[in-house]
Design a protein around this ligand. Structure first.
Ligand code: SAM
Length: 306
């Protein structure tokens, strides 16, 4: 049993009493709000404030430093896309690394792939793992897969020390670049990613919103074009409880066998035993995979210019 403190969390809004409002300098002048039925947990880890509440319309909600990380209702859109966009773009992924993602949802999705033999995850904050296991069992179920090896620590240091050419795919499921995840958006980290991937290996990183963060996206794209000599792409999906309702991903490959991210080469076999035990996919399909790379003109102009 986790012990949390029982006071009213600061981020229960004084804007609309009894509602959670997501206020951050990363999206000035707006604050998405959810009605709170009950605060289930709040605690302070070495790295961040951790809170779980029961919302009235999105199920349970995980919040880190006042920012929504997932809700039971729409987590499928994020976890399935950040995982299957990279893993369905290469034949037979075997070794997969997840950075961040302590809730276990990306692990749940990686484990649908029967070709995968080994999954490393490096999450900085053990409290996120423990809270997810207690309050989000359908997300944390990913940890039950015997192929998973959990490392608690900084993903930046972990990858820097990883032997060259180790992974077929690296998935960076990070929080926003304020706080412990800041370095996960910087050039030296992407250099470590490229080094840890095999030739023709792929990375998929959480890459913010085209409505709110074009300047951050521009920087990431510029860095990735310098570092990844295979292909560099931006894809996006809809997640209603993320700021602006959308979230993007940077998908890149290293020099080697070419990867055409827009045309998946793998499907997820509905009859495969690994997949069956996870229940059906709720969001991802091959059509939405291809569609995710179509960008609105304003974003296309900036991303393709870089
Ligand atoms: N999977 C979630 C979803 O469905 O939207 C998203 C976010 S996930 C909980 C982000 C995780 O990245 C957090 O648990 C955070 O502790 C972790 N993290 C942040 N910085 C990190 C770092 N430098 N190394 C490893 N993990 C980090």
């Amino acid at each position: 049993e986790l012990e949390g403190n029982k006071e009213q969390p600061d981020c229960i809004s004084s804007v609309i009493p009894g509602w959670f409002s997501e206020i951050s300098p990363m999206w000035p002048g707006e604050a998405h709000s959810l009605k709170v039925e009950k605060v289930l947990f709040q605690g302070k880890s070495e790295y961040q404030n951790v809170m779980v509440f029961q919302s009235s319309t999105y199920g349970k909600v995980l919040v880190l430093d006042g920012v929504i990380q997932l809700t039971e209702r729409d987590e499928c859109a994020y976890q399935e896309m950040i995982t299957h966009l990279p893993l369905c773009s290469i034949p037979n992924p075997k070794k997969v690394m997840v950075i961040g993602g302590g809730d276990g949802g990306v692990l749940r999705e990686v484990s649908r792939h029967s070709s995968v033999e080994h999954i490393d995850i490096c999450e900085i904050d053990k409290m996120v793992v423990d809270v997810s296991k207690q309050y989000f069992p359908e997300v944390a179920v990913g940890y039950e897969d015997p192929r998973v090896n959990l490392h608690i620590g900084d993903g930046v240091a972990y990858l820097k020390a990883a032997p060259e050419g180790t992974y077929d795919a690296i998935i960076v499921d990070s929080s926003d670049p304020i706080g412990p995840a800041q370095e996960l958006f910087e050039k030296p980290f992407f250099e470590s990613v490229a080094k840890a991937l095999r030739p023709g290996g792929v990375v998929c990183t959480q890459a913010e919103s085209i409505w709110l963060h074009m300047h951050i996206i521009e920087d990431i794209v510029a860095n990735c074009r310098q570092i990844f000599k295979g292909s560099v792409n931006y894809a996006w999906t809809t997640v209603p409880t993320y700021p602006s309702g959308v979230i993007g991903f940077m998908l890149c490959s290293t020099e080697g066998p070419p990867v055409d991210f827009k045309h998946p080469v793998n499907s997820i076999d509905a009859n495969d035993s690994h997949n069956k035990s996870r229940g059906p996919l709720k969001f991802y399909n091959p059509e939405i995979h291809t569609a995710a790379f179509c960008l609105p003109s304003f974003a296309k102009k900036v991303i393709e210019r870089k």
